[in-house]
Design a protein around this ligand. Structure first.
Ligand SMILES: C=C/C=C(\O)C(=O)O
Length: 264
């Protein structure tokens, strides 16, 4: 760990604290490993503040999002209990900096995934159930001017996440063929399918499980895994109500508070 890593972490933490986006951190981060070192600094700090790790998110799994953000490989970030918003509960204005929303498949594990190389069968055997999810991503970096290094350092642009409430067993759903539609007050704003997520959301989960095991931080029983967007990410405006429906998994809703002085 270097002074540059500490400076990058401090820049991101200042953006969180002030609510004002910061300049990119890529000038302080030399490559992917270095970016994950900055992310780890943030994670360690948040754990030290008593936040509870609830799992991980995978990002940049779909070509649509990779094109939108101009970055070309998956990444991961940490999820904490205070980032989980109950289905349909209003999300306060300003809770996430520069919020955007995406619909995805969440997996909840009932077994550890400790190996350096997992199979899809390992992931299926370790999964208790799947849920539909909306991830509210955000960026501490001004205007989302991000490279892969910036988003990795910035906890994979994590914000909040909303999980549906009807658990579905993997044997009851074909996640590859599962279509997704996300609507903003009845208007279609994003569509996609499970196959858009690295070919299959379970492939994304295998990538994450292997990557974390190699890093010595394996996925554990009880973890939630957000497997990555199934379709394009959409900007969020105050007062938005977004509803995502995923075939076989059902629906989930993210409701955003109106800006002060506005009613919806
Ligand atoms: C910037 C964040 C992207 C994701 O979370 C995703 O592609 O799922």
């Amino acid at each position: 760990m270097t002074d540059d890593h500490r400076a990058a972490a401090a820049r991101l933490l200042e953006a969180y604290a002030s609510g004002r986006p910061c300049e990119p951190v890529r000038d302080l981060v030399d490559g992917l490993e270095s970016a994950y070192t900055v992310q780890s600094l943030l994670t360690e700090r948040w754990l030290g503040e008593g936040r509870r790790l609830t799992g991980r998110k995978i990002g940049l799994t779909s070509e649509a999002v990779q094109r939108q953000l101009g970055v070309g490989s998956p990444d991961f970030g940490a999820l904490f209990a205070d980032m989980a918003v109950p289905d349909g509960q209003e999300i306060p204005a300003g809770a996430v900096l520069q919020p955007r929303a995406e619909a995805e498949v969440a997996l909840v594990l009932e077994r550890d995934l400790p190996h350096e190389r997992h199979t899809v069968a390992d992931v299926i055997a370790a999964t208790a159930f799947a849920l539909p999810a909306i991830e509210v991503v955000g960026s501490r970096i001004r205007d989302w001017d991000i490279t892969l290094a910036d988003t990795v350092a910035d906890n994979a642009s994590s914000g909040l996440y909303v999980l549906g409430t009807r658990p579905v067993l993997l044997r009851e759903v074909d996640l590859r063929l599962a279509g997704m539609v996300m609507e903003r007050r009845g208007e279609q704003v994003s569509t996609g399918v499970g196959a858009a997520c690295l070919g299959h959301p379970l492939h994304a989960a295998v990538w994450l499980a292997d990557t974390l095991a190699v890093l010595g931080q394996p996925l554990r029983a009880g973890d939630t895994v957000l497997t990555g967007a199934l379709g394009p990410v959409v900007p969020v405006r105050p007062g938005d109500v977004l509803e995502a429906r995923i075939d076989g998994l059902g629906d989930v809703r993210a409701a955003f508070a109106a800006a002060e002085g506005e009613t919806t």
